[in-house]
Ligand binder design. Structure first.
Ligand code: ATP
Ligand code: MG
Length: 576
């Protein structure tokens, strides 16, 4: 941060600079507000999670917008926990949310809680009662719903709507003091029971809940509704641009109504489309159900679309930010291909992570003419995409493991890997030719015998002989064992929320979303791999060390296989 430059100066500079970042309608609003000096050059946003679950990839989009846009214009972003509902909120969520925002690469200015504003909100409620704009209602929740009417029918006034101010003040005070049971009274705004916007039909502002709150303890037994707290919380913090998802569009006039009645700072709310991803559920409620029913190992199960889940799986914050930048924002909700997110992950990992050799399903190969007891250190490139990543040495010896898939006794047409009589290249090693096989009682090949050509060290033949396949391998005597967890989509259906009658989304779970491979064989450089280290296993995909991994008991997660279907889709689209 440049301490000598005020935020309004840098904001003004950014506004007059040519638009370099790809723009979108929200960024255009901010630019226009800076041009007209609507907020004295200030840009202030907030990210307002309700601490009732872990953040997911949809929240990453909101975080990217809130923090990214403010940062671009030298502004500020607060992290505010919208903790108006005491019953569903937990400290565990508050902590995980902070960890996830930081991991995504953002640091907030102020850390606030809507519960910090309970006193102020309560004072404002009294002011609205005094001004004849709020009243205590004795109708039950069910009656309130019926009286509310529908989109096509106007609502009906509550018989308590015209209570006198003094009576309302007295009842509201007694609600606060705990004289009434839950559900017996509510405080409602007195607006318009015939409004075409249902949110205007005397919305509930306060309800009685004899519940302990994670921060205010037992101080309150009345709690503000989200719609009464949200807009004013923005206003208290002097948020200039309050971004949220489209389902709040119809609530905006209500937030503005409260702000106008109370004559407080007018924050501007702007709605954008919620992120939906194919094969993925982005609803904290549903994700909680998966956790509670033990369908996954926890919120950070690598199959979960939570930030903690995809972090554990090996996704990078850079990849997520690139994805968010590329999807942009709009006013229409659609669904983004999961393959697109995966594409950004591969693109980032391909550039950055070292390549190593690992064999997931080992098949023993013995090189009969290679001297017994000899070990050669072969030079291997760490990352062809990054010259600075250098090289390492990989031990080669007489007995190796190759992938079971890389051998076929009866090779189908176009199968060029190892098979009887066939010569292939062992990556960074030698050309080898398969001479014979050993089978077990069941007739399965358990050992492949080869000879090698010593003249092909490093993988090239001086006589110009060509081979059609290069396969990876690990020296048996030097191999490190590991468990490898292979993940597939948690839901097979493109839209997991689409269910047949009488079924639940959880019926759409993919029963094969996790496969554990025990005793995979890794090259010895991986013996010291530490939790969250990332690698490309040559020819197999991207992998990272799981949190539960220990020296001597390594566990890897497959982040993604190498195949990139999204890149293909994009290419096809380009050709069209
Ligand atoms: P969920 O529906 O998963 O429970 P939510 O909207 O209730 O999510 P909040 O904690 O209230 O979750 O969300 C915090 C912020 O993140 C809000 O501004 C919300 O609009 C935004 N947000 C939530 N889900 C998405 C999504 N899928 N795409 C973009 N923004 C989202
Ligand atoms: Mg919410």
């Amino acid at each position: 941060m440049n301490g000598t430059k005020s935020s309004s100066e840098s904001a003004a500079q950014a506004a007059s600079a040519p638009a370099s970042a790809p723009s979108n309608f929200i960024r255009d609003i901010v630019l226009e507000d800076l041009r007209t000096n609507r907020y004295n050059g200030r840009v202030q946003t907030r990210f307002p999670p309700e601490p009732n679950g872990y953040l997911h990839i949809g929240h990453a989009k909101a975080i990217y917008m809130d923090f990214g846009l403010a940062a671009e214009f030298g502004g500020k972003t607060n992290l505010r926990f919208d903790d108006t509902n005491p019953e569903k909120e937990e400290t565990e969520y508050v902590e995980s949310i902070q960890e996830d925002v930081r991991w995504l690469g953002y640091q907030w200015d102020g850390l606030y809680y809507a519960s910090d504003y309970f006193d102020q909100l309560h004072e404002w409620a009294i002011k609205l009662i005094r001004d004849g704009k709020a009243y205590v209602d004795d109708l039950t929740a069910e009656e309130i719903r019926t009286y509310r009417g529908t989109l096509t029918e106007p609502g009906k006034d509550s018989p308590y709507r015209n209570r006198l101010v003094e009576e309302n003040l007295d009842l509201f005070e007694r609600m606060r003091k705990g004289e009434f049971p839950d559900g017996s009274h509510v405080l409602r705004a007195k607006i318009d029971m015939a409004s075409p916007n249902l949110n205007f039909r005397d919305p509930v502002m306060y309800r009685i809940l004899h519940a302990e709150h994670h921060r205010t303890g037992n101080k309150w037994c009345i709690y503000p509704m989200y719609d009464y707290a949200h807009g004013q919380s923005d206003s208290i913090e002097h948020v200039t641009h309050s971004m949220c998802t489209l389902e709040f569009e119809d609530h905006r006039p209500l937030y503005n109504w409260f702000i106008q009645q109370l004559e407080i700072f007018p924050s501007q709310q702007i709605e954008f489309d919620r992120l939906n991803l194919t094969h993925t559920l982005l609803s904290k409620r549903k994700l909680l159900q998966l956790v509670q029913e033990g369908r996954v190992s926890g919120w950070d199960d690598p199959r979960m679309p939570t930030i903690s889940g995809i972090r554990r799986r090996g996704y990078t914050p850079e990849a997520i930010r690139n994805f968010c930048s590329s999807i942009g924002v709009s006013k229409t909700t659609g669904s983004i291909e999961l393959a697109m997110l995966e594409h950004f992950v591969r693109e980032d990992l391909n550039r950055r992570v070292p390549r190593v050799m690992a064999v997931l399903r080992p098949l023993k190969v013995v090189i009969d003419n290679y001297p017994e007891g000899q070990v050669e250190e072969m030079e291997a490139v760490n990352n062809p995409e990054d010259a600075g990543a250098g090289t390492r040495r990989v031990p080669f010896s007489r007995v190796l493991y190759i992938e079971q898939d890389d051998f076929r006794e009866d090779p189908p047409k176009q199968y060029y890997r190892l098979s009887p009589g066939r010569e292939v290249r062992l990556r960074y090693g030698y050309f080898v030719t398969c001479k014979s096989v050993v089978k077990n009682d069941k007739g399965e090949v358990v050992e492949v015998h080869c000879t090698y050509d010593p003249a092909t060290r490093g993988g090239n033949s001086p006589d110009g002989r060509k081979v059609k396949a290069t396969i990876h391998w690990v020296s048996a005597a030097h191999a490190v064992d590991a468990d490898v967890r292979i993940y597939e989509n948690l839901f097979t259906k493109e839209n997991p929320a689409q269910v047949d009658e009488g079924q639940d989304v959880l019926d759409n779970l993919n029963p094969n979303s996790l496969e554990v491979i025990a005793n995979a064989k890794l090259e010895p450089s991986l013996a010291t791999a530490a939790a969250s280290d990332r690698y490309q296993f040559e020819r197999l995909g991207y992998f990272c060390v799981d949190l539960d991994s220990k020296a001597g008991k390594l566990i890897f997660n497959r982040t993604l296989p190498l195949k990139d279907t999204w890149a293909k889709v994009e290419k096809k689209n380009e050709k069209k």
